[in-house]
Every structure is written in C-alpha cells, then in structure tokens.
Design a protein around this ligand. Structure first.
Ligand code: NAP
Length: 283
C-alpha cells in the first residue's frame, strides 16, 4: 500500500520512462527519511480524482508530466512561481486542504547554469542577449527564466515560426521570433544559446551550425540523452564553453522534494553518476 501520507508520486500517461523515482529515491535514502516516491500513471480522465486524493492528504503531492501539465494548471486551487505565466504545472502539494501547484522547469534550468557556469549571466552577457532554439513546452519555461534574469533580447527561433511568434507575443519584449535560418545571424552576438528542440536526441543532427557563434558564447542543450549532443560536441570542438542538460533534470526536482519531505536536497556528483549509470552513459 503506497497511498499513505508519506508518499509522493510522478504522474503522467504513461510514466514508464521517468527517472524521477531514482532521483527522489536517492535523496530519501541519503536523508534517511521514512517516505517513498512512486510512479503513479493515470489517464487524463482520472487526474482530478488523483488530485482530490492529494487534497485529502492521501498523498504528500507529486510531479506532473506529459500530457497532464496543462490540465494540472486548471485543476489546482493555488498557483505559485512561474506556473501562472506558463499555463503549466509540474509539481503539486497540499496545504490546509487545498491543492497547490508550481512549475520548477525554469528554476532547474537556471540552477544548472549557475552551478556549472558561474558568471554566465553577468551584466555584459545579459546585455548581449540569448537565443532559444525551439518553441515547445520546455522553451516557454526557459524564455520566462531568461527574461527573469534580464537577458535582452531573447530570440526565439523555431522550425514552425508561427509558434515562435505566438510565444514572443505572449511574453512580450524583449522576445523576438525568428526562423531557424534567421537564428544563424542572431547567433553572432548573443552570449548564450540553448537548444530546446528535440533535434539531437538521435545523436546525429544539430538544429544549427556553431560556425558563427561568438567565441565566448555559452552553449547549453537541455537534451540529456545523449549527454553530449551533436550541438554540444561541435561547440566543444570550436572551443566554446558548454553545459549539458542533465543538471536541469536534477535541479528541477529539488523544490518538490523540499515541499513534500521537508528537507532541501542537494544535487551531488554521486546523484549525477547514478542517473548517468541508469542512462547507460557511464559503467
Ligand atoms: P515539445 O513541446 O514537443 O517541443 C519540441 C520542439 O522541438 C518544438 O520547438 C519543435 O518545433 C522542435 N522540433 C521537433 N522536431 C524538429 C525538427 N526535426 N527540426 C526542427 N525542430 C524540431 O517538447 P518539449 O517538452 O519542449 O521538450 C523538448 C526537448 O527538451 C526534448 O528533447 C525533451 O527531452 C527535453 N527536455 C529536457 C528537460 C531537462 O530537464 N533537461 C526538460 C524538459 C524537456 P515545431 O514547433 O516546429 O514542431
């Protein structure tokens, strides 16, 4: 019986590939806590019933993944952090009989860069702006995070340019929409470029050529399988600083764990190695 008030979950439909149980299980063990974190997939029509169970304290709360993030936004009683601006919730918990929700993707993205590339957001770099490749769910959280760090301009380049235009209109200045072709000229000046498209997961393709990037441009890919995507490999070969996407996955889990279990966990090399082992990246 896992549905006790000591349990948290990750829900989606399906949730077969989630690595969240491994991450939270590691922290529960590290902090010797009496609790558990399980996969609890539900179809869309059962999400409301699961959330009612959280309100009633049958669960501590949980993570919400595809395809439930937008539905979760409409079902929670209280929105926190960037969830309101994003229209998507990935973390829920209960308090005083009410269901609370937030979105931790942007915080995870920023914490990864702060940890692995200190100074990446200096005043000089913010002023040169950032380029976001892609305009899907992850891109939205990242665009908002970059705006909050006062990067300007924030270029959003997407294969389907209309989606980039929609995001730029929604989030307003300093966002500017581009096609992927136009991104090449924007890349000349910016101090930070992040790939949020799924291009590179095959280990073969890159969404953009690194040839024109500024010599000190930090390149980040949020894909973490493979850990070194073709974009990162090309950037590294050119001598540019790079940050991979695994830390975003690990850091976005921190606020939820703290809410449910009352301890703020840390992202350690030991945790990183555990996940890399699970991904088959290290032996
Ligand atoms: P999504 O909402 O489905 O968006 C996918 C994006 O990829 C869209 O911009 C799409 O462009 C673009 N795209 C797909 N195929 C393309 C192609 N052949 N050429 C050019 N662009 C293409 O997905 P998402 O949830 O934002 O996730 C995107 C990636 O980020 C995934 O690989 C996911 O695993 C990763 N991710 C990582 C983390 C982390 O913690 N590290 C967190 C979230 C997501 P169109 O609009 O033109 O289709």
């Amino acid at each position: 019986m896992v549905e006790t008030s000591k349990s948290a979950f990750v829900t989606g439909w399906p949730v077969t590939h989630s690595r969240s149980p491994l991450i939270h299980g590691h922290w529960l063990k590290a902090h010797k806590l009496d609790g558990d974190y399980v996969k609890h997939g539900v179809p869309p029509e059962d999400l409301n019933a699961l959330f009612n169970a959280v309100r009633q304290g049958h669960w501590l709360g949980g993570n919400v993944t595809l395809p439930h993030k937008e539905a979760a936004f409409t079902l929670v009683d209280e929105l926190h952090g960037t969830a309101k601006r994003l229209g998507a919730v990935n973390t829920v918990w209960h308090q005083d009989g009410r269901l609370h929700g937030t979105n931790t993707d942007g915080a995870g993205f920023l914490a990864n860069l702060d940890e692995r590339s200190a100074g990446w957001d200096s005043d000089e770099k913010r002023g040169r702006g950032a380029l976001v490749l892609g305009a899907g769910g992850a891109a939205q959280a990242i665009v908002v995070a970059l705006q909050d760090r006062r990067f300007a301009p924030v270029f959003i380049a997407n294969r389907t340019v209309e989606k980039a235009q929609k995001l730029a209109a929604e989030f307003g200045p300093p966002c500017r929409a581009l096609s992927l072709q136009e991104a090449t000229s924007a890349a000349i000046n910016v101090a930070f470029i992040v790939n949020t498209t799924s291009v590179g997961m095959d280990g073969q393709s890159s969404p953009i050529s690194v040839e024109g990037f500024a010599q000190d441009c930090l390149v980040n890919d949020i894909i973490y399988t493979p850990l070194e995507t073709p974009l990162l490999a090309a950037a590294r070969k050119r001598g540019l600083p790079v940050v991979d996407g695994l830390g975003m996955l690990l850091h976005q889990a921190v606020p939820g764990f703290e809410r449910w279990f009352g301890v703020r966990p840390t992202v350690t090399e030991e945790l990183r190695t555990l996940i890399l082992r699970d991904l088959g990246v290290v032996a």
